[in-house]
Design a protein around this ligand. Structure first.
Ligand SMILES: NC(=O)c1ccc[n+]([C@@H]2O[C@H](COP(=O)([O-])OP(=O)(O)OC[C@H]3O[C@@H](n4cnc5c(N)ncnc54)[C@H](O)[C@@H]3O)[C@@H](O)[C@H]2O)c1
Length: 256
């Protein structure tokens, strides 16, 4: 029995938008919401993977997810994609800001263009997708926004300064949006994942020895995987967390 088996009845039929839903944690979240009976739309730049996910989930539950291919750095195109998803889904109750780009970079070589590009993937869309979705949440009488931050900015990681700054910024954004949107019955919370072993992480950064070393630093002595983010995200999206807003949940297996 895992979190993926828990039922959140208020998510059944709910309109949900997930950014970065084609791969990794986002794909696990898209599948989890679909299996709750939600009507899910997701945005991603990874076109083949997004289409493949839709095909894999076709018929798996009542509602097949809807995919919009978009580069979230293009705010106008993203706003239009959100409107198309809203048209396809009807009411929207949940937004999960999950998309990110965690390429490593060094203080000595980061250019202004690199910095701006990094923020335009990791921070800017969290604000502008929220801004585009909020009118739909208001129309629905309220809802939930779940932002994916990271413990990266708490760990003095030397090779991610722009990413870490963006992920810290997401906490500030979470708090501010929660304050502004609480009167509209819209809750805004953040999840800070620890080291989550995804295909991309294994392809680019995580060796078997690296995973072993990370697990050694965790209280929980097993690698964390994308599915470990499902429980916290469904909980923060559902009415089960109806009194929780402006909060952050660290889901890192107790990384020391
Ligand atoms: N995997 C981890 O160990 C870990 C740790 C801490 C935090 N997180 C956070 O959790 C979230 C998901 O992590 P993940 O490992 O699955 O991330 P990932 O990098 O594997 O996937 C993110 C998704 O965002 C999409 N994306 C990237 N740039 C985009 C763009 N310009 N426009 C549209 N889509 C774009 C990618 O195609 C991908 O499908 C991210 O916010 C990440 O920062 C992950």
């Amino acid at each position: 029995m895992t979190a993926a088996h828990a039922r959140f009845p208020d998510l059944e039929g709910a309109g949900v938008i997930v950014t970065g839903g084609s791969t990794g944690i986002g794909a696990a979240l898209v599948e989890a919401f679909v299996r709750q009976g939600a009507r899910v739309g997701f945005l991603d730049i990874a076109v083949d993977e997004g289409k493949a996910l839709v095909e894999r989930l076709r018929g798996a539950a009542e509602h097949t997810p809807v995919f919009e291919a978009v580069d979230l750095r293009d705010i106008a195109a993203t706003q239009q994609a959100v409107e198309r998803l809203a048209g396809a889904l009807g009411t929207i109750r949940v937004l999960v800001n999950n998309a990110a780009w965690d390429d490593r970079h060094d203080i000595d070589t980061v250019t202004e263009d690199y910095w701006d590009n990094n923020q335009s993937v990791n921070l800017k869309p969290v604000f502008f997708v929220s801004q585009a979705v909020v009118p739909h949440l208001r129309r629905a009488g309220g809802g939930a926004i779940v932002n994916f931050s990271s413990i990266a900015f708490l760990l003095n990681m030397p090779d991610l300064p722009a990413y870490a700054a963006a992920k810290a910024g997401i906490i500030g954004l979470t708090k501010s949006l929660a304050g502004r949107l609480g009167p509209d019955n819209i809750r805004v919370n953040a999840i800070l994942p620890g080291a989550i072993v995804t295909e991309r992480q294994k392809r680019l950064w995580l060796t078997d020895e690296g995973i072993e070393a990370l697990v050694g630093r965790q209280c929980l002595k097993r690698p964390l995987v994308a599915e470990d983010m499902i429980g916290p995200c469904l909980f923060l999206s559902s009415a089960c967390s109806g009194a929780i807003t402006a909060q952050t949940i660290i889901a890192d297996g107790g990384l020391l």
